[in-house]
Ligand binder design. Structure first.
Ligand SMILES: Cc1cc2nc3c(=O)[nH]c(=O)nc-3n(C[C@H](O)[C@H](O)[C@H](O)COP(=O)(O)OP(=O)(O)OC[C@H]3O[C@@H](n4cnc5c(N)ncnc54)[C@H](O)[C@@H]3O)c2cc1C
Length: 505
């Protein structure tokens, strides 16, 4: 049932068992999973059913001097959240991503991949994906009658992404939620979390809306599912009763902000004919009615043996072509492959369709960094809430692991005799200045067993608050290299089971 918060004529809404704040991938997943439980559920969404400028304005923030997407462009304020314009690239995290690793300070999830495996199965379904085949590059290659550019057991191995159509959750699940028992409050922004006198539990939420004064909603449990940036914002801004914000006794909220730096053109390959898999290597490919994309990632064995971070490398469509008029490739990068006479030889092969140059694209895992942060700026939105100030930090070491992964990938390609890989001579100078990003917001309310270095526990319950929970990729202690949405949907399903048990107790 949809209710427009702007038309509410009461100051107090009927109390609920569970209030979920934010109707994006995480919030909608939770609401659907809890809808049939018999519990009274409210889903509170700051935006309306469709995109609107005044709602989107609430997502604006301050980037300081750094290069990053405007904060009201890297996420959406509307029913369905940022799935309104996500790309649909999906991949599970690997077992090693959950482990504490000596070479990565602050690493280690308080859960293992096996804790999530059953939920991953259901998450695949929710995102309209097939059976997980993330490590079955060989099978998908065989179905397409092509060979893999590197051996399946190479140090940097061929793996797969699967594409969600991509589903827009606000469209796909609109009728189900609109006609179901969950009270979905639209155009209603949670402005404050109020806690009990002993500061050990949440009592009510204060809801701001246009056209009227704030209203209060009492809830037995509250789940914050506002995306990786605003999950921190909402805790930080709720500082009237708890100095520094709710759940922030140890000054951890907003720290460890992680993104996936996307490095395009830091390396290129010269592939020889179709031996490297043809279009399978650089374009989406179908198999059994599903769509996949080949990627290259250091295997778990490589990551353990070499104490290495992960990278997901993809091959771009054929890149620079030879211009006979100038005798040059149309991109200077092609010169990485050798002196002019070598380039001429490559050009001749290229003209005969026997050689291609492809730029490489990579999404990097990064080290957790307490100084990489979501903070509050002095600027306020029209409800008086402090906007976000983002301070995303990367270290040179994050790049070094990518360069080492590239070196291993080069060896795999050379061994298979399919391509020659070159790293841009100026790669180190370009980082981190020439970095793009995945729009993946992680780490700001990380899970952990130690409250001095985490915000919530293994069940995603905020330390010290009995009934406050977090959903979304803000709980990731380490980001892995895989895109985050599939995992956050799986975590939301796990949280739904936890909340059902809590209500039944
Ligand atoms: C261009 C782009 C491409 C992407 N491509 C991919 C991809 O290919 N693969 C992938 O895995 N991920 C991708 N992502 C990331 C993906 O969209 C997010 O991981 C996912 O949407 C996060 O889900 P969420 O529910 O945590 O947050 P969101 O989907 O952002 O939902 C949060 C919701 O909370 C609401 N909200 C915020 N504050 C409040 C408040 N105070 N009160 C009430 N409601 C509030 C918002 O309006 C929003 O509806 C992409 C993102 C972008 C921007």
């Amino acid at each position: 049932m949809f209710i427009d918060g702007r038309s509410l004529s009461t100051n107090d809404l009927p109390a609920v068992d569970i209030a979920i704040v934010g109707a994006g991938a995480a919030g909608i997943t939770l609401a659907r999973a809890l809808a049939g439980s018999g519990a009274k559920i409210a889903l509170i969404e700051s935006g309306g059913l469709d995109w609107a400028e005044d709602a989107q304005d609430l997502a604006a923030g301050d980037l300081g001097e750094q290069t990053y997407g405007a904060l009201d462009a890297v996420r959406l304020r509307q029913f369905g959240g940022t799935t309104g314009h996500w790309g649909g690239w999906c991949r599970e995290l690997d077992a090693i991503d959950f482990e504490a690793r000596d070479h990565i300070p602050f690493s280690g999830w308080p859960i293992a991949k096996t804790d999530l495996d059953p939920y991953y199965v259901e998450a695949q379904d929710i995102l309209h994906l097939g059976t997980a085949r993330y490590h079955d590059s060989e099978g998908v290659a065989a179905e397409n009658k092509v060979t893999l550019p590197v051996a399946r057991d190479a140090a940097v191995e061929p793996v797969l992404f699967e594409f969600s159509p991509p589903i827009r959750m606000g469209e796909v699940y609109r009728d189900e939620l609109g006609n179901g028992p969950v009270a979905v409050y639209l155009n209603t922004t949670v402005a404050d979390i109020r806690v009990s006198d002993d500061r050990r539990s949440v009592t009510t939420l204060r809801l701001a809306r246009d056209g009227g004064s704030p209203v209060a909603l009492a809830a037995r449990h509250v789940v914050i599912a506002c995306g990786g940036l605003s999950n921190a914002q909402i805790l930080l801004q709720s500082d009237q009763q708890m100095a520094g914000g709710v759940g922030n006794a140890n000054d951890q909220v907003g720290r460890y902000f992680a993104e996936h730096p996307i490095l395009i053109g830091y390396a290129a390959i010269l592939s020889l004919g179709d031996a490297a898999g043809g279009p399978f290597a650089f374009a989406d490919i179908g198999a059994s009615g599903r769509r996949y994309r080949l990627a290259f990632q250091p295997s778990e064995a490589t990551r353990r043996r070499e104490s290495r971070l992960s990278t997901l490398i993809t091959i771009e469509p054929p890149g620079p072509t030879f211009d006979p008029a100038t005798g040059l490739f149309d991109r200077a990068d092609a010169r990485w492959f050798g002196p002019p006479e070598t380039i001429q030889a490559i050009a001749q092969l290229q003209a005969k369709g026997k050689a291609r140059i492809h730029m490489l694209n990579a999404g990097l895992e990064t080290r957790p960094n307490p100084d990489s942060r979501v903070l509050l700026s002095a600027d306020r939105d029209r409800f008086g809430l402090r906007r976000i100030k983002l301070d995303w930090r990367l270290t040179d070491k994050d790049l070094e692991d990518y360069l080492a992964n590239l070196a291993d990938f080069a060896k795999g390609l050379a061994k298979a005799g399919t391509a020659v890989l070159r790293i841009a001579p100026d790669a180190r100078e370009r980082f981190p200045g020439e970095t793009s990003w995945g729009n993946h917001h992680m780490g700001t309310t990380r899970m952990g067993t130690d409250p001095t270095v985490s915000v919530c526990d293994r069940d995603c319950r905020v330390h010290g608050l009995a009934n406050l929970w977090i959903a979304g990729s803000s709980v990731y202690p380490t980001p892995g290299a895989a895109n985050p949405t599939l995992t956050l949907v799986a975590l939301a399903l796990r949280l739904a089971d936890r909340l059902k048990a809590e209500l039944a107790a």
